[in-house]
Design a protein around this ligand. Structure first.
Ligand code: GLC
Length: 608
């Protein structure tokens, strides 16, 4: 104990900056460069972490110890790696990062919240903060101390494959939703220094505001594309949410793969250092995105070493390598020895990393807290997710005659048809970044599909519920359905895999809606399960009796039936413009020629 108290950096009673200064002064160059390195779990070993003083380990999308690994299995994995760090010469703990972007979504059995586009529809920052707090608890239960969230992109074009990761197209709406940072990290005390990283304790995680800056404003919505805009509008549209995150003590900011007026963000010294660190006063870590240095040809040449030079000198403090870390360390070491990267730049990067580790109390609490395991997927969190689903749904049409609303639906109807693949597919309703990187179909975790929820809501009534994934005119003929609920939409996708320029409803979704609603003449509610607006022909909207945008609701499908059966009122408002045709994109609600099918902010109530 005496040793602990004498060594400043090991003494939790010492001010953070004193601990940073003391520890930095004890570190070798090799240890400093190791701290700037984040590696993927599949190549991480306790020995490598110990010997190279590796700063962080991550799970890339879907990377897990093994299929259906539980939170306890994850905690075993993370603790095993952490032991390597603790055994290193100076005992600097790692932080383990994972894309907990709508719950701790990589892990089986966790609560899966609606994706950000649905949360944007709620316009409820307090709800989003609570979701952050619940996500932090379930994430820490798995040993993970760092979430690559929130994505605070302002999505200006729904052709972008990451539109669903954005809270919407309006900057002020996105700014409100930065309350997720406070949920994840905890609320800093009044006297907390501006721009300084903050984590309340071991029930919280470090957050990552991403992807800095302008990722949602690229030309034609191309993922990792080019944002062509003057600085004034870059700041006004895409940068303001970062100011909000910095004022909330966000620990890290992740650089964007995209470019600004042709220059890659990862090599943009003006934006990463002069603006983010100096003008906006950010004192945490700038982390690169996954293999971002492998994906750009820096002004210094096209090989990897020149990319390392550009990125680190631009202001990247930690590199998400994630696999070729020996090469990264070799190149970085060469560049420092040669003087092309200064020691002051290295010390700035390492100070920021150590500052976050001390602020996150990782030296005090390096290992997982198994007492949190009971909270994973608990009733309280599932109820919170169910509330979020309820508040995210947007009612776009309610009846062919305004005097005769179609919703709420009658739970005691004689015979109900439930149709469409999205009515009984948990994977589809969760979307990307769930269980795997891209997301997938089927019973991927614990949850309630729309069909499960309909049966639950109907209960023991004499109502007959018939499910047909793909009904035909023949299969429907002669059946006296009281009404139909037809759920159609997108299959899960992620990043560039989601870039899409025609935005029609996949799997002949419109044809199915028409077949049930007009050809078979059954009163029909259409539910769209998608990460963004999709093309809706006027004839389809006309044929439907009711239409709801369900977004990507996550594991609690009963949030949908709560509202369509009238136990709760609709609340959601569109967070994005609903275009008539992709030829209109990108739409701008501030422009005079703004002519959407449904405008941003649109949303009906049942009892108008
Ligand atoms: C991905 C994404 C980023 C994510 C990171 C780690 O490529 O761009 O949002 O956090 O890699 O999975």
């Amino acid at each position: 104990m005496a040793d602990m108290m004498n060594v400043v950096y090991k003494n939790a009673n010492e001010p953070i900056e004193a601990r940073v200064k003391d520890l930095l002064s004890r570190m070798t160059l090799k240890e400093k460069l190791g701290q700037m390195t984040q590696i993927e779990r599949s190549v991480a070993t306790p020995a490598a972490i110990r010997d190279l003083c590796i700063g962080s380990v991550l799970s890339g999308g879907g990377s897990k110890p093994f299929n259906n690994a539980t939170s306890a299995d994850w905690a075993d994995m993370v603790d095993g790696l952490q032991k390597g760090a603790i055994d290193s010469r100076l005992g600097i703990p790692i932080f383990y990062g994972s894309d907990a972007v709508h719950g701790n979504n990589n892990v089986y059995g966790t609560t899966i919240f609606p994706h950000n586009v649905g949360l944007g529809a709620t316009r409820d920052p307090d709800l989003v903060e609570k979701i952050g707090a619940a996500t932090a608890l379930e994430t820490r239960a798995s040993g993970v101390q760092y979430a690559f969230a929130p994505c605070i992109a302002v999505c200006k074009d729904p052709r972008w494959g990451r539109c669903y990761e954005s809270y919407g197209e309006d900057t002020q709406l996105v700014r409100k939703m930065t309350s997720l940072v406070t949920g994840l990290q905890g609320k800093p005390p009044q006297d907390h220094p501006y721009g300084y990283p903050y984590v309340a304790g071991r029930n919280n995680v470090m957050a990552s505001a991403k992807h800095y800056v302008g990722d949602g404003g690229t030309d034609k919505g191309k993922n990792e594309g080019n944002t062509i805009i003057d600085y004034e509008n870059l700041e006004k549209i895409h940068m303001l949410p970062y100011q909000d995150c910095i004022s909330k003590g966000v620990c890290t900011v992740m650089a964007s793969y995209s470019s600004w007026n042709g220059t890659k963000l990862h090599s943009h010294r003006y934006l990463l250092t002069d603006i983010l660190k100096e003008k906006l006063g950010f004192k945490g870590i700038v982390i690169s995105d996954w293999e971002a240095l492998d994906r750009f040809h820096s002004p210094h040449g096209s090989n990897y070493r020149s990319a390392v030079l550009s990125a680190v000198n631009a202001g990247v403090d930690m590199v998400m390598v994630p696999f070729r870390y020996e090469l990264f360390l070799e190149d970085l070491s060469y560049l420092v020895e040669s003087g092309e990267i200064s020691m002051s730049r290295i010390d700035d990067a390492v100070e920021r990393i150590l500052r976050v580790k001390f602020a996150a109390k990782l030296f005090e609490y390096p290992m997982s807290d198994r007492s949190l395991l009971d909270i994973v997927g608990c009733k309280q969190h599932r109820e919170l997710a169910r509330e979020a689903v309820r508040k995210s749904l947007v009612l776009l049409k309610n009846g062919k005659d305004p005097r005769k609303p179609f919703l709420p639906l009658n739970k005691n109807a004689k015979k109900i048809l439930v149709a469409g693949k999205h009515a009984d597919d948990l994977g589809y309703q969760c979307g990307g970044w769930t269980a795997t990187w891209e997301g997938t179909s089927g019973r991927i975790t614990v949850g309630t599909t729309i069909l499960d929820a309909v049966k639950e809501a109907i209960g023991n009534n004499n109502t007959e519920v018939i499910y047909e994934e793909n009904p035909t005119t023949e299969s429907l003929s002669g059946q006296d359905f009281s009404y139909a609920i037809v759920a159609v939409g997108e299959a899960p996708y992620v990043e560039s895999g989601g870039d899409n320029s025609d935005l029609t409803i996949p799997f002949n979704g419109e044809e199915l809606l028409k077949l049930v609603a007009s050809e078979s003449g059954i009163p029909t509610l259409g539910i769209l399960i998608s990460g963004r607006p999709l093309v809706l022909e006027a004839s389809v909207v006309e044929a439907l009796d009711g239409l709801v945008a369900g977004w990507l609701p996550g594991s609690e499908g009963n949030g949908i039936t709560d509202v369509i059966f009238g136990d709760y009122e609709f609340h959601g408002k569109l967070p994005v413009s609903w275009f008539k045709s992709v030829d209109q994109l990108p739409m701008d609600s501030q422009q005079n020629l703004y002519d959407p099918l449904f405008p941003i902010g649109y949303g009906l109530k049942c009892k108008n």
